[in-house]
Design a protein around this ligand. Structure first.
Ligand code: ATP
Ligand code: MG
Length: 334
């Protein structure tokens, strides 16, 4: 039986963080290791340029950083095709074709795009670029170029997957059944909050805890985490439900610890500083094997680049096959 393809990726605008890891990467690794799928993992440098067009150096540098994060947390190049988006020109070509199938009003209504535009006022001022508004179209090209059926993503991506599905249906209804309609795969924690209490941990939100952060950095970030603001003294009863330290304990600590944290906090028997120190230990022990493995790759950038080039070569072959089908359907097969 043919294996189902899954595709997922990240924008090289910074290193990968806990949000990526718990929200999507762990799912990808699980799916990769099950042997039931054919995984494609893209480093979306073209998409990163849509809001970093004035900073190409940043994007270039982070391609390698993201690749090192992948390799150190368990994406295995022998099982997954890891590739660089800009080296697949078929994706850019598909984007042009799909741009006829989506209206400007529909893109402007996309909740994810809307939120992101509001966050990027400083960059865009009053008027957003054509490229940024259109990134859901290029994301539809990323997915369909590989005929990917499953897309492991965080919750913020759902409106973008829906946009892709609409484009696929429109394409197929006009040009004949050609493209595959993808489905999102969400993790149990599809939206990881920031330690600052923000509804999302994000690179561009300045609240990220990176997979590669060292112990001192973890300490500094966790010590600054938002706790129950009503709790002034150590023995005041606290409300763990509004505390980011408890929220992160639930992600990193075992059930017994979480129960203790919750009960002791409510009873005013647990100080926030001690609670944070315990969390620092838990996070550090989860991240230290990833960090160790990363040191290996940090010293071998050429090995990482070779992996990306081999993956890209493999990916290009698949995208070319899809392109033949698309051009035939669109009567562009001269
Ligand atoms: P940026 O701020 O530059 O957009 P980001 O932190 O949102 O960066 P992306 O590279 O845009 O990261 O996201 C890549 C993938 O990681 C997507 O599938 C996204 O849903 C997922 N992801 C990112 N942040 C989180 C989060 N806080 N919780 C769950 N999933 C997340
Ligand atoms: Mg994002």
């Amino acid at each position: 039986m043919e294996k189902k393809r899954f595709l997922s990726g990240d924008r090289p605008t910074g290193r990968l963080h806990i949000g990526h890891y718990i929200g999507s990467l762990q799912n990808r690794i699980k799916m990769q290791n099950s042997g039931e799928y054919e995984p494609y993992i893209l480093i979306a440098d073209v998409q990163a340029l849509t809001d970093n067009f004035n900073n190409p150096e940043k994007v270039r540098k982070n391609v390698l950083e993201v690749a090192m994060d992948y390799l150190s947390c368990g994406i295995d190049p022998n099982k997954s095709t890891i590739y660089i988006q800009s080296l697949i020109p078929e994706v850019a070509e598909l984007t042009v074709f799909y741009s006829n199938l989506v209206t400007i009003a529909r893109l402007e209504r996309n909740p994810t795009v809307k939120t992101e535009i509001a966050q990027k006022r400083e960059l865009f001022g009053e008027s957003v670029t054509y490229g940024f508004l259109g990134y859901p179209v290029s994301q539809a090209a990323d997915i369909t170029a590989f005929e990917a059926e499953l897309i492991p993503v965080g919750e913020d991506q759902l409106p973008l997957i829906e946009q892709c599905r609409e484009i696929v249906r429109k394409f197929n209804s006009i040009y004949g059944e050609t493209l595959v309609e993808p489905k999102a795969v969400l993790s149990k924690s599809p939206r990881i909050k920031g330690l600052d209490g923000n509804v999302k941990m994000g690179k561009s939100l300045g609240n990220a805890l990176y997979l590669s952060d060292d112990l001192d950095t973890i300490k500094e970030k966790v010590m600054g985490a938002v706790t129950d603001p009503e709790r002034i003294k150590k023995d005041d009863p606290g409300n763990p439900d509004v505390c980011m330290v408890y929220y992160y304990h639930k992600l990193f600590s075992n059930e017994d610890t979480c129960r203790n944290v919750c009960e002791e906090c409510k009873a005013g028997k647990r100080g926030c500083v001690a609670c944070k120190k315990q969390l620092i230990e838990e996070i550090n022990s989860a991240l230290s094997p990833i960090r160790e493995k990363r040191h290996y790759y940090e010293e071998r950038p050429k090995e990482v680049m070779d992996i990306l080039m081999a993956g890209t070569e493999n990916a290009r072959k698949v995208a070319k096959q899809t392109m033949v089908k698309v051009k035939k359907a669109m009567k562009l097969d001269y």
